[in-house]
Design a protein around this ligand. Sequence first.
Ligand SMILES: [Zn+2]
Length: 275
Amino acid sequence: MTVLAALVAFAGAAGSGAAPARAADDWNPPAALVQPLGEVWNHVQSTYPDLYGFRNYGWDQVIANKGSVNYCVRWESDAPVSAALRDRVHAALKKQFAKWAAAMVVDGKGHNAWPYTTVPVTVVGWAVKDRSTLQWSDNSVDVYAGNLDSGGSPQCAPDCGRFFHQNGDYAKCPGGAARHYDQSLWLTKGFQGGAGGDWGQRVGQEYFTGALDQEDIHIYLHEVGHTFGLDDFYDWTPTGQCCFLMNAGSATRITEFDTWMLRDFWRHLKSRYGY
Ligand SMILES: [Zn+2]
């Protein structure tokens, strides 16, 4: 479902490119998944030579925040948003993001030294072209009205964005580091499919608000997979695996194979965080 596949290529990052040394692993995938997981990792390594140099995966963000993530909602639509709809969007975002966080937890403990049993989401801002589109007057969340990116889409202040300040310096963010955002939930009217990367996830505004009560908002979930480094499968499938969330169109929830691909990414990255 990613129509902008290049956005997951993480092409702009500089880094050493060398795989860091690894500590001992608690690594025990089901036997049937060992081969396909190995194929996936080999494919990722050959496709993304800067895999180990990139420093803004969802992993980096959660670790930098010591176990949480902050969001900006970019409302690229003229559809009015009541306080009630705002709160439903927040609730759905928290519920859906938590599904990936839960994939890193086994029997109440973080898998393979992953340090967090939950990764709470805080929405720190909404971005909109015209303030009047947002029909609330309380100050429970910062509102950025009329701050547009180069393409004309509303954005929260870049001074507060991790994408623009990967060193974690939010000195120019009006609310300081506490109001910074790591990712954006970018909801665009009329947008088909999805896109995802270190900057967040973009899906159709009508799609997301129409799916608020669904158990799995699967296009969003797929794009979050990209935020944590998982790849697409447009031109191949791993041995024995047909149907999983990151193979767009083949599943509508996080499957066991998706879960183990996420854990494998952590396995290969964790030493850089001291785990
Ligand atoms: Zn994709």
